[in-house]
Design a protein around this ligand. Structure first.
Ligand SMILES: Nc1ncnc2c1ncn2[C@@H]1O[C@H](COP(=O)(O)OP(=O)(O)OP(=O)(O)O)[C@@H](O)[C@H]1O
Length: 316
């Protein structure tokens, strides 16, 4: 079952509608993002991305610097809105059991469009559309209140540079995302304590972020994201700032947590070894285009082009 589905998503930065359409027309003719930038002055973030992320999968997004990874992940919590396309999310999916959907947790104020879209000659697109859950909503159609609710109840993010609030203690940082829930401080802190335990930091609740190592700070960041119990976890180069040994430990911990939690995780990395280790499937971006999605084995044995093959060869 698909949890998140990007349908024909394109993003042209700093261009109005007409300007963006010009850039999109050049991309449709096959021009690459560097040429489009040279010819029009506009940066291509993404072009015509069709991607289905399954419920409960750990899906890596890979690519060189500037290929569009951050642009893609930021669409999923709508930190960025696309120039074109739709983003479908099944907000009824429950993380602990992704197969189970609960209609009571639907984001309100959302439009639902379960009608199949027009037939398309692209087989990948057709397959993705057929799999779209009937209860998926186009998150671009959410009004402000529904978007706020979507962000609070469906999606959490772990950042590369941790994003902890320096003047708050560890436990206050972890409990921060729960402040909008109707809970007492002691209830919030109890949940935060549980998640600090889960990430292996049981005795540091009264410390401040700058008293912790980078690895510990990122464990706090992870605990904060998990404490909200949201089914979708977005991780933007979350382990890239860490030393190799600590990074490997956090990768192991993430895999161990994922075994139990069954989140839908979108994990950005530019490191193929990390992608192969943690990703059930990997999507490879190049110049804002999605080149290939597959399991590590599929990418290794059937690379779509030289770019993918070079990534897979570079794996240590
Ligand atoms: N705010 C912005 N304004 C203009 N162009 C942008 C903006 N953000 C990203 N871009 C451009 O969009 C393209 C994709 O950038 P993005 O940051 O998504 O790539 P990335 O793969 O995450 O790169 P990195 O690994 O370096 O973070 C790049 O050409 C970048 O210059």
């Amino acid at each position: 079952m698909n949890h998140i589905q990007l349908e024909n998503i394109s993003k042209i930065y700093n261009a109005n509608r007409t300007q963006a359409q010009r850039a999109l027309a050049l991309l449709a003719e096959g021009m690459d993002s560097i040429e489009v930038k040279e010819q029009t002055g506009y940066s291509v973030g993404l072009y015509d991305i069709n991607l289905a992320i399954k419920a409960g999968e750990l899906h890596c997004i890979m690519g060189l610097s500037g290929s569009g990874k951050s642009t893609l992940i930021r669409h999923i919590n709508r930190l960025i809105d696309p120039t074109d396309g739709k983003i479908w999310v099944d907000t009824t999916i429950n993380a602990k059991n992704p197969a189970h959907t609960d209609s009571t947790v639907r984001v309100k104020g959302a439009t639902t469009d379960s009608q199949p879209t027009a037939p398309t000659p692209d087989p990948h697109k057709a397959m993705a559309e057929n799999e779209k859950s009937a209860s998926a909503i186009n998150i671009l159609a959410l009004n402000d209140k529904a978007l706020q609710q979507y962000r609070q109840q469906s999606v959490s993010m772990v950042f590369q540079h941790f994003g902890l609030v320096p003047h708050m203690t560890v436990i206050q940082n972890v409990a921060y995302g729960l402040r909008v829930r109707q809970m007492s401080v002691s209830e919030r802190h109890e949940i935060a304590r549980h998640w600090l335990n889960e990430v292996g930091l049981p005795n540091l609740e009264h410390s401040y972020p700058d008293e912790l190592s980078g690895g510990m700070q990122q464990r706090v960041g992870l605990a904060r994201a998990l404490a909200t119990d949201n089914p979708i976890l977005l991780m933007d180069e979350a382990f890239s700032a860490l030393d190799p040994l600590i990074r490997a430990q956090l990768q192991d911990q993430l895999l161990e947590l994922q075994e139990r939690l069954n989140k839908t995780i979108v994990f950005i990395t530019h490191d193929i070894d990390e992608a192969v280790k943690v990703g059930q499937r990997i999507s490879i971006l190049n110049g804002g285009r999605l080149v290939q999605t597959g399991t590590p084995n599929e990418l290794r044995h059937h690379p779509a082009d030289d770019y993918v093959a070079q990534f897979m060869c570079a794996k240590s």
